[in-house]
Design a protein around this ligand. Sequence first.
Ligand code: NAD
Length: 460
Amino acid sequence: MVFDGEAASSLVKELRVSFSSGKTRSYEWRISQVKALLKMMAEQEDEIVDALRSDLAKPPLETVVYEIGMFKNSCELVLRELKQWMTPEKAKTSITTFPSSAEIIPEPLGVVLVISAWNYPFLLSLDPVVGAIAAGNAVVLKPSEIAPASSSLLAKLLGEYLDNSSIRVVEGAVDETTALLQQKWDKIFYTGNGKVGRIVMAAAAKHLTPVVLELGGKSPTVVDSNVNLEVAARRIISGKWGCNNGQACISPDYLITTKEFAPKLVEALKTELENCFGKNPIESKDLSRIVNSNHFARLLKFLDEDKVSGKIVYGGEKDESKLRIAPTILLDVPQDSLIMSEEIFGPLLPIVTVNKLEESFDLINAGTKPLAAYLFTHDNKFKEQFVKNVSAGGLLINDTVLHLVVHTLPFGGVGDSGMGAYHGKFSFDAFTHRKAVLYRGFTGDSSIRYPPYTDTKQKM
Ligand code: NAD
């Protein structure tokens, strides 16, 4: 059956009826769906690992940690905290309204749409969905067609485990997403690239629908010469190639270090890469492959440009038949090269060198605001300067990627890397309206607010 505008419209109508019945608002319904998601993750772990192996050759341990483990943590947090999150918050009132009381009531938005990306197809789909459910909404998920095995497994499993009168999956690509985007939603939560982010926001604007846009960018990693180099190199490797072979939104996109220190950094990365992936990393079962031939060709373009010829200091091997590219390091690429102009989103890591590390602030700030920025240093003063001077969705000092797992930190971009945030309670907030309610009685009725505005009143 074709999923067109008509099908999208009747789907939204159906979910509106369900939402209006009030059932998604109850604490019990929300908890039952989150428990069902946890059950699904426990019972279907092997299927999920297989789907990701098929879509990305994702190493099973990466699937278990990032796609399954992190999502289970999100669900368990909801089970522990939801009662408190749902409790209305007392608010102080003003002397002007005396006597009165006030509260802020967390209210579900209604029927919401989640559009997700291919690189972490389970986590990026289910983490926003669990936020929407916890907040008491009806929700439609549109997973990415670029990870087809994961998309169809998500559709099958959510159909089997969840309440389909209020939670649905629509599979498909541009046509289906366009049909969905024509509808009036109460929130759209989109994860993906900024070009489509603009399409989503323009569609949402027609209905004054608020959006969360989880986009990407070029996440820089600044490396000082005073660090524990072995640890720093391993942590860079973990965040780059240990995260879906660099196909992750917060993977280090490029490194910045001093000219003097760069050779040492390259040597340390080479040694640790060999410890992690062996002498022939292109064959390593611990590295995801590139998702498809379009992305493979996109990445090769970065290497084929004249401006970067001779800059590869490690790796560069590729195998088109298997869609594999080895971890690749490039040294001293020019700022105006293609690889330094676009988000890389793959296993290539350029190193930019500067005379003094302080120059990195201008270098980073000259580009669009990244989703993440990392710094490795022992120097507390430089740490402070970095935190003060660099604007990014999130910062992490002396590690990569791990800020993602701290549920008390909001996860989201700024500027071109997105708007809005989620994770932990922030996911609940992203799908909640904080309704302001002021309660008054019939006393304290000051005459000053009522006409006629006499001279006496004006002097009061
Ligand atoms: P993608 O190709 O899967 O696209 C994302 C979604 O947009 C998909 O569901 C797709 O069907 C839909 N889509 C594509 N073209 C469309 C169109 N013309 N109209 C309407 N919908 C359309 O994923 P991608 O964009 O390749 O993902 C990679 C990008 O996403 C990178 O920039 C990455 O940094 C970013 N990303 C961000 C996060 C985050 O949490 N901030 C997470 C993952 C990826």
